[in-house]
Design a binder for this molecule. Structure first.
Ligand code: HEM
Ligand code: HEM
Ligand SMILES: *[C@@H]1O[C@H](CO)[C@@H](O)[C@H](O)[C@H]1NC(C)=O
Ligand SMILES: *[C@@H]1O[C@H](CO)[C@@H](O)[C@H](O)[C@H]1NC(C)=O
Ligand SMILES: *[C@@H]1O[C@H](CO)[C@@H](O)[C@H](O)[C@H]1NC(C)=O
Length: 411
């Protein structure tokens, strides 16, 4: 059994390695901004672009800046597609030590239902984050030429402004924050909560305007690890555990004794699946700890329940079940518990994997089709065996399964 686990392990590692090497080459997050955006910015007074970037993984927002160091005059232009009927685009600087939402001195442009474009300044506070109305207010930036307009040929809504940077903003460590929302309160200059995926949470960066480079960007540092987390969980909880269940249910001797030593296969499948899945869970916990300013409470709760119940499952089977005992009744209850928890784990794992894919907005890539492919294959195998089993069960029960000999006898 141990030898089998080892060989299964090496197969898993090859698979993981393959996945990682494929995924890691498709992992470019921030680009230079697009040619069109750059030339538009140059036409609009940002003659010597200091900084220009397109945040592909963060709603495709494009940001250009031009700093005149001596006068500390910063010209900015921020563009994005507001695809819905209403929407808002925000950009701001955070004078605090980190680039984050709370504390940002923001400029927000709003597209209303009847097509008006409004613009104003907003002081984003911790009250905003807990859901209090976000209304225009004074901010501690000296703003001029503030403009929010629509550029037809780019299909972009664009914020443009000139800022005289106060001394407390360090141009070599400038925390800037941007955001894109859909809902707007009717009849007011009030943007409503933005969507809740990583696209909207990864929208901060600390940049050095002297070199024009972003640094300390969370998108760069954790996106690879997020993919590792997703892949380990899909392989562990989403593939190996269901295979183990299929082995235990359908290969145990009914309808036919396919695998006389099915228990060994079941145990090694579940053990390896558990190790891979638990590693993925641990990576998730680490990711959650690393991103201090946002969280995914439901995904985290489901994830930790999966880990906890899978641990109970493994512990009670490995350490208690194989002791021979004559407490038949206890054994029966324990087996029932094992089955109920086992099937529930599969359901909750499916839900949480779909949640994870949604959080990362991977549903628009090949992730969701790939996961549906795996799940669909396993479900198909399961259902086919289930039908065969029931068919055989009914045939046996009503003695329809007659070989020529018994048919002769009954005649
Ligand atoms: C309209 C009202 C707004 C509400 C109700 C709101 C609420 C929230 C909430 C609840 C979170 C996640 C907290 C968590 O999961 O723990 C969040 C994150 C975030 N929001 Fe907002 N938000 C609003 C406007 C804005 C604006 C205008 C900006 C940009 C200037 C912005 C930028 C961010 C960023 C960058 C994050 C990621 C976490 C962080 O850096 O703190 N939000 N927001
Ligand atoms: C059943 C399988 C899964 C389990 C048990 C699980 C578990 C967890 C846990 C415990 C966290 C920490 C959450 C927090 O503290 O905020 C987390 C975060 C996360 N998970 Fe999962 N997860 C699973 C599947 C997935 C999948 C399939 C994906 C994506 C393809 C995914 C993407 C993420 C992301 C993006 C985060 C947040 C990272 C961050 O905060 O920067 N998860 N997961
Ligand atoms: C912004 O709000 C914070 C918290 O309420 C407050 O301390 C700060 O003075 C405000 N800034 C301005 C410019 O009003
Ligand atoms: C804002 O900047 C302009 C242009 O440099 C300057 O004339 C004005 O006094 C500044 N206002 C404040 C409140 O600093
Ligand atoms: C604001 O944008 C509009 C439309 O592009 C333009 O006509 C106007 O001159 C701009 N105003 C300023 C102050 O830049």
């Amino acid at each position: 059994m141990i030898e089998m686990s080892i060989s299964a392990c090496s197969v898993i590692f090859v698979v993981v390695f393959f996945y990682l090497s494929v995924f890691s080459f498709t992992n470019i997050h921030a680009h230079h901004c697009s040619e069109k955006f750059l030339s538009e910015a140059k036409q609009r007074n940002l003659i010597n672009i200091t900084f220009c970037k397109k945040y592909v993984e963060s709603n495709g927002v494009e940001i250009a800046m031009y700093l005149r160091e001596k006068s500390r005059r910063l010209d900015i232009m921020v563009g994005a597609m507001l695809e819905e009927q209403t929407g808002w685009l925000a950009w701001g600087l955070n004078p605090g030590p980190v680039a984050r939402m709370v504390g940002t001195q923001a400029l927000i442009g709003i597209k209303t239902r009847n097509g008006d474009l409004l613009k104003d300044k907003y002081n984003i506070t911790s009250y905003t984050k807990i859901g209090c109305q976000l209304l225009p207010s004074p901010i501690d930036l000296n703003i001029s030429n503030f403009n929010f307009s629509y550029i037809n040929y780019l299909q972009y809504h664009v914020i443009q402004a000139t800022i005289i940077l106060p001394m407390k903003y360090d141009v070599s460590r400038l925390n800037h924050v941007w955001q894109l929302g859909i809902d707007v309160a009717v009849g007011k200059e009030q943007p409503m909560m933005h969507p809740k995926g990583l696209r909207n949470y990864d929208s901060t960066e600390t940049i050095n305007l002297r070199t024009g480079k972003g640094r300390g960007n969370r998108v760069h540092t954790s996106s690879r690890i997020r993919e590792v987390h997703g892949i380990l969980n899909i392989i562990g909880w989403g593939t190996l555990l269901p295979i183990g269940v299929i082995i235990a249910r359908n290969f145990r001797g009914f309808p036919l004794p396919w695998l006389p030593n099915w228990e060994k296969y079941h145990i090694s499948c579940q053990t390896v699946g558990y190790i891979v899945g638990a590693t993925g869970w641990a990576v998730g916990i680490w990711l959650g700890k690393a991103s201090k300013y946002y969280s995914f409470p439901k995904h985290a709760t489901f994830g930790t329940c999966i880990f906890a119940f899978a641990t109970i499952q493994i512990v009670q089977m490995v350490f208690f079940n194989f002791k021979p005992g004559n407490h038949e009744e206890i054994r029966m209850y324990r087996r029932m518990f094992h089955h109920v928890v086992g099937y529930s784990l599969l359901v909750v794992s499916c839900i949480n994997i779909l949640k994870g894919i949604k959080i990362m907005h991977l549903d628009e890539t090949y992730w969701l089709p790939a996961y549906y492919g795996i799940g669909g294959c396993l479900a198909f195998i399961f259902i086919v065996f289930e039908i065969v089993s029931w068919f055989k069960f009914l045939c046996d029960k009503f003695k329809l399964w007659m070989d020529p000999v018994s048919r002769l006898h009954t005649k």
